[in-house]
Write a protein that binds this ligand. Structure first.
Ligand code: URA
Length: 261
């Protein structure tokens, strides 16, 4: 007989797994043998699932439940109450490149899509100059909500370390599913959100880092380029993108090599 004073074991296991999923860098994993043992416990009438089915479905299908959880997330109650909507990510789930920004701004909050404002238009131009369409790559942010700002104020606020830490597990899941060949972090906040490290862009950009064994290029945020219109700063970002193209073994024309020189 079930003791009503004891929490059912299954509930405990499920809530522990959910906690791991939300708080740790990686979603919980089980060995093939453990999955097979679990599946053996299914009654014959239950739909047949195989260990590979646990991870099956297209990347788009696997992203859908995360998008759903994000859309109703209230982990940061102040952001949940101030946002118009969450901004999950956009682009090709099978992309070779994933760009990671900081947080949605007002335009993104209104449209529900990352990088659609002025900085976003510049990012799209960079992507196209690299020889891709915006829809070929995947674009996401550390934060899925726009950081709230006082009523009547203009501009955006930087995400706090706590907000980034709280939202990060969603991005971690996105990266795990998309498995891009290269990650590009745009600006110091994206680096801090992803790696938990603070640094100056001068030190960080222009060389390869890694995130969970995926090559990571760090470059300036496009908003920085909007503030600093000099050719030399544009060239720095462009050189970082040339490194990305080389890493992906994409052909690079002489014209592309010479941009902003
Ligand atoms: N800046 C970001 O970092 N992300 C966006 O989506 C828009 C602007």
């Amino acid at each position: 007989m079930i003791d009503p004073m004891q929490e059912p074991g299954l509930d405990l296991v499920i809530s522990a797994l959910e906690r791991l999923r939300d708080e740790k860098e990686r979603t919980p994993c089980a060995s093939r043998a453990a999955l097979e043992r679990l599946l053996e416990t299914q009654p014959a009438s239950a739909p047949l699932a195989t260990p590979s089915a646990v991870q099956s479905g297209s990347k788009l299908e696997r992203l859908a439940p995360i998008r759903e959880r994000v859309s109703v997330c209230t982990k940061c109650p102040h952001l949940a109450s101030s946002r118009t909507q969450t901004v999950f990510g956009v682009g090709n789930p099978d992309a070779d490149i994933m760009f990671i920004g900081e947080a949605p701004g007002a335009d993104e909050d209104a449209r529900g899509e990352p990088f659609v404002g002025r900085a976003g238009q510049l990012l799209t131009k960079i992507i196209e100059t690299m020889g891709f369409a915006r829809g070929d790559v995947y674009i996401a942010n550390i934060l899925k909500c726009r950081p709230d700002t006082p009523k009547g104020s203009f501009g955006n606020r930087a995400p706090t370390p706590l907000e980034m830490q709280t939202c990060r597990p969603y991005l971690v899941e996105q990266i795990e599913i998309i498995q891009p060949k290269v990650l590009v972090a745009l600006g110091a906040a994206a680096v801090e959100g992803l790696l938990g490290e603070r640094g100056t862009m001068r030190d960080l950009r222009g060389r390869w880092h890694s995130y969970q064994e995926t090559p990571l290029m760090i470059t300036y945020h496009p908003a920085y380029l909007l503030r600093n219109q000099s050719l030399s700063e544009k060239r720095k970002v462009w050189e970082d993108m040339l490194l990305v193209l080389e890493r992906l073994e994409r052909p690079i024309t002489q014209k592309q090599r010479n941009y902003f020189l």
